[in-house]
Design a protein around this ligand. Sequence first.
Ligand code: SF4
Ligand code: FES
Length: 372
Amino acid sequence: MSTFARDPWTEPPIGLLAELTHRCPLACPYCSNPIDLVRRERELSTADWLCVLDQAAELGVLQLHLSGGEPTLRSDLEAIVAHARKLEIYSNLITAGVGVSERRLEALAQAGLDHVQLSVQDIDPEGCDRIGGYRDALARKIAFARAVRRLGLPLTLNAVVHRHNLDRLEGFIDLALELDADRLEVAHVQYYGWALVNRAALMPTRGQLERSVAIVEEARARFGDRLLIDFVVPDYYARHPKPCTSGWGRAVIVVAPDGRVLPCHAAHVIPGLVFANVKDKPLRWIWQESPAFQRFRGFAWMQEPCRSCPRREIDFGGCRCQAMQLLGDPEATDPACSLSPHHTRIMAMADAEAAASPPTFRYRRLEPASSC
Ligand code: SF4
Ligand code: FES
């Protein structure tokens, strides 16, 4: 056994993010999936996923987040959910909610699904279609949400907000109340994957951000007993970075559609990391021993100002992928941090992008991307 396996950072992961497929009927320009999407023919089989769940349960995983792409495009989703239930792992379906019939949802509930998280791109039907690149999406999502509640499943609405829909934030809150959602996640776009490509088209102004903070605070005060509101601010305007994935290789394990295992959904942007595959290596070994998971565990890799900062045990130096993408150095302090020497430049860039007229979207597609 390696000495690292006794390190407290190698406690079992709490959550497994299972990216069952990168296929998706929508084409959101802020999708966190990689630009180089995994095609259907490279996806894990049902038997592979059930084996991953067996290993995850043995490792100590408590929560399974069924994600994509659109996980309901997998016809074996019921079998995966049922297996999670058998293993006593809590299952959460993260879905766009279009093209999912009530009968299918009922089958998933019967298989043991515990929770549904539904993305809503906009409360304006036209805006919803434009962001998702999918016609009549909002009406389908509302029908889906009502079916979720009819079946007695807990519901979270996930509102990804940006310059094009932020001015309708009150409408998102009203919709969550009307649909009897338990939770609303108001998440400003995080700029990875397709969102980084579309950053200038999505970046809100500082004024929009400030208004959104005030709206969320007021809604929490008014509706706190009925609706839990989570709020994720845009990194570039933050004072301190978020503790990305609760620390590298510390709480979350991500399995991509082709079986590669990553410490976070964007880790592929960091050059030199080699991701083991569940088809070749045991999940336990990948979590405890693989070089990719060890790369940013603990604090020894940190540079100043993180290395001597008291907040390093709160935010773990922020996001390694963001440091890589913005500074070309995955060990650097996340430039979202106000203590980073690059923070002012990054903020100025965000302000400039938000002030300019937005470029057209580059939609997320398996095929070469298009704009409209
Ligand atoms: Fe966090 Fe590093 Fe900034 Fe300190 S300097 S607040 S540890 S990112
Ligand atoms: Fe990879 Fe933040 S997304 S560390």
